[in-house]
Design a protein around this ligand. Structure first.
Ligand SMILES: Nc1nc2c(c(=O)[nH]1)N[C@H]1C(S)=C(S)[C@@H](COP(=O)(O)OP(=O)(O)OC[C@H]3O[C@@H](n4cnc5c(=O)[nH]c(N)nc54)[C@H](O)[C@@H]3O)O[C@H]1N2
Ligand SMILES: Nc1nc2c(c(=O)[nH]1)N[C@H]1C(S)=C(S)[C@@H](COP(=O)(O)OP(=O)(O)OC[C@H]3O[C@@H](n4cnc5c(=O)[nH]c(N)nc54)[C@H](O)[C@@H]3O)O[C@H]1N2
Ligand SMILES: [Mo]
Length: 561
């Protein structure tokens, strides 16, 4: 997030798109509700009705996968109505002419053709956002999980810069990240191209810095000799590694032979899981480190039992770059150990040096020494509920609530002219409905945790598909409780919820249920840059399944009449 969670309360307008905020980020949603109570305007752009869309001043229901079109359309209106922030554009940005040319054809009428959003609603939303003094954009997976995920994100940044909504409190572009510590995982280099703190693996100075710290280089710059995991001759690799999506594909083709999966359950969470399963089964060796025996752990050669959040000390970094201390509440169950302990043990077993940590606090000291944005962190400073947002470069630095105050990291903010591209798969005669997938309040992802919680399971015990009444008539649901949903990749059987919450022509399935896994249907086509799969759009068809009770009723009804 460019800005901080508490700042939402003081925004004059919040534009929420592709975020079911109150179900997926309930605490953040209360901040937005408080802003609304103070008079802020709320605009929601989402193909489904959500709790946030019900309290919004405007709800635009777009066709899934049409985000570039409607955002370009809003910018077209803003420029034509003279609502752009000329001073900000002049002083802080470059590439405005390219943007202006790219959005020229996206008139509200043209956008209506692509997205189904009525032209007058688009104009009203554009004005509401652009006329606000401080406007925040909030987005989540509805924006990123597309083959145009990067284009969608750049479009949000274009819109914020066009209206000068950057570098001030309660403005900005705010992706709501998912898991409690996914921000921390990325900050720590859980990406193929960077060390902790987004320091590039391909930068020779950075490479040398880490080689020295990790004992591969001597003080005077030469390579060390001796044993250890890393060859003193080749040193640390300067090659960009693979993304998760690529690893699974290459496991399938035999180029990746071993995978060590920690805290992920790809056989439920990956797009097109039937294909993913074939790929992972092709591995020579699979290790899974998890707190439960998941679908993925079941096909592993070795399972390492990790300890859960409650059983270990450490830090979590929240979506707004806020690092917080968590304290162990109970002893690890059975033979399980904290993830860092397992990794240390394995590394030592492999003969590596430098893994003699005895606590997460010591690990944080190394992080601070090598990671400029985390340079000022220590457990001492984080004690007693004290939180610090990065960048926090030194021990005196108070942390950074919002980014890009006087300049962007690259200097001037760059506008990108972006063309609209249709999703990888669209509804057609054979598969006439568009499927979008996501979450519900009562379950978490692949269900390993929430489906073991009795109360949560009682709330929503089984999978279902949301379908609009008009489509339900076309499919002939007519009292049938269960249906088969199929795509070009697989089929599942599940319950139906007939509801006008969803846009006609679109159906929604939550992906939490192994026995009717939405990812048996989804398309693994991915964004060329971020490599994120298109979980939010694919084409499906729905057929009713035989329902013995219903057949008997219909028969007796017919015989009586
Ligand atoms: N209860 C619960 N909370 C969670 C999670 C969970 O599993 N359960 N998971 C966590 C994680 S890791 C994440 S990433 C977040 C995700 O949080 P969200 O992204 O908010 O959740 P989703 O349900 O994936 O999708 C968000 C919205 O995108 C909309 N959408 C669908 N298609 C499109 C489209 O083409 N364009 C746009 N703009 N919107 C579209 C959907 O209708 C939905 O309302 O939630 C986190 N919080
Ligand atoms: N169709 C569809 N598919 C999707 C999405 C979608 O919107 N639609 N969303 C995608 C997104 S945004 C996400 S984030 C992924 C989520 O996909 P995953 O991350 O694979 O899903 P989780 O169920 O959260 O799996 C996390 C695993 O970590 C384990 N775990 C929990 N705590 C610990 C711990 O402390 N240590 C260890 N070692 N393990 C632990 C849990 O038991 C669980 O098995 O799903 C993706 N897949
Ligand atoms: Mo996520």
């Amino acid at each position: 997030m460019t800005n901080s969670i508490p700042e939402f309360e003081d925004a004059d307008c919040v534009l929420i798109t592709g975020s079911n905020t109150s179900e997926a980020h309930p605490l953040i949603s209360t901040r937005i509700m408080r802003a609304k109570a103070k008079g802020a305007k709320i605009v929601v752009v989402d193909p489904r009705t959500t709790q946030m869309s019900l309290l919004a001043n405007l709800h635009l229901k777009q066709q899934p996968g049409s985000d570039v079109a409607w955002i370009n359309g809003m910018m077209n209106v803003i420029i034509n109505e003279g609502l752009a922030d000329d001073v900000f554009i002049e002083k802080r940005t470059e590439g405005f002419d390219e943007l202006k040319a790219a959005v020229a054809e996206f008139t509200p009428e043209y956008v209506e053709e692509i997205s189904g959003i009525p032209a007058y609603d688009l104009v009203a939303a554009a004005k509401m956002y652009a006329e606000a003094d401080a406007a925040s954009i909030v987005y989540s997976m509805g924006i990123t999980q597309h083959i145009t995920g990067v284009d969608n994100v750049l479009s949000c940044a274009n819109l914020a810069m066009l209206t000068g909504n950057m570098g001030r409190p309660s403005t900005g572009v705010n992706p709501l990240r998912g898991q409690n510590n996914v921000q921390g995982a990325c900050d720590m280099g859980g990406l193929p191209n960077v060390y902790p703190g987004y320091q590039k693996v391909s930068d020779p100075d950075i490479q040398a810095k880490f080689e020295k710290a990790w004992g591969i280089r001597t003080e005077n710059g030469g390579r060390k000799t001796g044993s250890g995991l890393l060859s003193p001759v080749t040193g640390l690799s300067d090659k960009v590694g693979l993304t998760v999506t690529e690893m699974v594909e290459l496991a399938g083709s035999g180029e990746v032979k071993t995978l060590y999966i920690m805290g992920e359950n790809p056989l439920m969470a990956d797009a097109d899981i039937n294909h993913a399963k074939k790929c992972l089964k092709n591995l020579d060796f699979l290790v899974v480190q998890d707190i439960f025996l998941t679908e993925t752990a079941e096909i592993a050669d070795v399972v390492l039992p990790g300890a859960s959040f409650a059983e270990k000390d450490g830090t979590f970094t929240a979506t707004d770059r806020r690092v917080q201390l968590v304290n162990q509440a109970i002893e690890p169950v059975g033979e399980s150990k904290a993830d860092w302990e397992i990794i240390n043990m394995l590394a030592k077993e492999m003969g590596a040096s430098g893994f003699d940590f005895s606590s997460p606090e010591e690990i944080m000291a190394e992080i601070a020494a090598l990671t400029p944005i985390y340079g000022g962190y220590s457990y001492e400073r984080l004690k007693n509920g004290n939180v610090l947002q990065w960048p926090c470069p030194d021990a005196e630095h108070p942390g950074t609530p919002y980014l890009h105050k006087d300049k962007f990291s690259r200097g001037l903010g760059k506008f990108h002219g972006i063309e609209y591209k249709a999703p990888a798969e669209s509804a057609d005669d054979d598969y006439p409905l568009t499927l979008t997938t996501g979450r519900i309040m009562f379950h978490f992802h692949t269900g390993t945790m929430s489906r073991r919680a009795e109360k949560l399971n009682k709330e929503v015990p089984e999978a279902y598909v949301e379908i609009h009444p008009e489509d339900a008539i076309k499919v002939g649901i007519n009292g049938h409780k269960r249906v088969t949903v199929s795509s070009r990749r697989g089929e599942i059987e599940l319950a139906t919820r007939v509801t006008d919450r969803i846009k006609p022509g679109v159906v929604f399935i939550p992906f939490h249920f192994a026995e009717a896994a939405a990812n048996a249907l989804t398309n693994s086509a991915f964004d060329p840059v971020a490599k994120i799969p298109e979980y939010k759009v694919c084409a499906v068809k729905i057929q009713t399944t035989a329902d013995p009770v219903l057949e008997v009723c219909n028969e007796s009804y017919k015989s009586k009449n």
